[in-house]
Ligand binder design. Structure first.
Ligand SMILES: Cc1ncc(C[n+]2csc(CCOP(=O)(O)OP(=O)(O)O)c2C)c(N)n1
Length: 343
């Protein structure tokens, strides 16, 4: 219902392997309803369900599912609890996503002066903000993590830009949401890369007296792109926030620690710098009391976002390369593409 069968939902059309499976789609958009050769119902979801229900009742339909859905939900609940409790344990800690960054995590921990993991921070924020508060996200590793981990408690409290996952959408999007819902607290979750690309509407939020709360996840990296580089054989390139190294001529120098709280404070935003869960709790509670926009500069370790589970994503990989790892990644892509469902 309402799905666009996007690359996230279908693992680039490779997830649904059972050829016996057929799709029945309810969507207001004919274009999306037609995907995966679904039997399409172009309609409002609620009206379509009511109509289907009465037809099914007429023929005395009984689903053959008994406890499967409940069991799957329980298994995911257990996984969520695990994610919320992942703590960095120092050198030797093995992150679940691809990387060489696991070798250099102690260096990041030192530069960021923090050992927070992204999944424990998301769990904590989910618990602390008001039930009717609205969260906004768009790019980086956060939308994937939020799709998996975020538990909305009220309708219309989850605003993600999954269309193009456009970096820079977050802060301006949050201002728009605040204009539409002035009585609700609005929280934008954004990576340091996307924040650096575009955050100027933070100043507009002050100008217009529209309070937004920025939860800035600073992992000193274009984290999700680094994951893609590592998974696809090319190695880390320009995705760790490091100085150019005069010895190598490459961007492999020392990490660049940025005090985002200080920079936003210069605009007149109420800011907090957070390196522990305790500091995060205090900052969120205090931010609720503020009348002006706030920014919580949360230092999190790279590679501590959720991992890919069994999913696959179709990204372009060079078909000709002297690098054996890239050649392998290309072959893997070709193999996966063969499994993708044709329609
Ligand atoms: C305008 C735009 N340019 C480039 C991209 C490709 N892209 C997606 S995420 C990303 C890096 C995001 O880094 P950051 O905001 O720090 O988030 P993290 O992955 O570390 O969570 C890039 C370059 C994009 N989605 N939008």
């Amino acid at each position: 219902m309402g799905t666009r069968y996007s690359d996230f939902t279908t693992s680039s059309k490779q997830l649904f392997q059972n050829s016996e499976v057929q799709f029945l789609t309810i969507n207001v958009s004919e274009y999306h309803a037609y995907k995966l050769d679904a039997a399409k119902i172009v309609a409002d979801a609620k009206l379509a369900l009511e109509a289907l229900e009465s037809e099914l009742e007429k023929i005395g339909y009984r689903s053959r599912y008994t406890h499967e859905i409940e069991a799957a939900k329980d298994a995911w609940k257990a996984e969520l609890n695990r994610l919320k409790q992942i703590r960095y344990t120092g050198p030797g800690f093995k992150p679940e996503v691809a990387g060489h960054l696991d070798d250099v995590l102690p260096e990041f921990a030192e530069a960021l002066q923090s050992c927070l993991t992204q999944t424990e921070v998301i769990g904590c924020v989910n618990q602390l903000i008001d039930d009717d508060a609205i969260i906004i996200g768009a790019s980086g590793s956060l939308p994937g993590d939020l799709q998996r981990m975020w538990e909305s408690r009220r309708p219309n409290t989850y605003h993600m830009e999954y269309g193009y996952s456009c970096m820079g959408y977050e802060i301006s999007g949050a201002l728009g949401v605040k204009m539409a819902e002035p009585d609700k607290e609005v929280y934008v979750m954004v990576g340091d890369g996307s924040y650096l690309m575009l955050h100027s509407e933070l100043v507009t939020s002050l100008q217009e007296g529209k309070k937004i709360n920025v939860l800035l996840f600073d992992n000193a990296a274009f984290g999700c792109i680094n994951n893609l580089q590592m998974e696809n054989g090319m190695g880390s390139f320009g995705t760790e926030f490091r100085y150019r190294n005069p010895d190598t001529g490459q961007l492999d120098g020392r990490l660049i620690p940025i005090d985002f709280a200080k920079s936003a404070a210069g605009y007149g935003v109420k800011t907090y710098k957070v390196k522990t869960l305790e500091e995060l709790r205090t900052a969120i509670e205090d931010a609720k009391k503020q009348a002006v926009s706030t920014l919580i500069d949360i230092k999190v370790l790279p590679k501590t976002m959720t991992s890919g589970y069994e999913s696959w994503w179709h990204v372009g990989i060079a078909g000709v390369s002297g690098n054996v790892k890239v050649q392998k990644a290309y072959q893997n892509k070709e193999d996966n593409l063969k499994k993708a469902r044709q329609y």
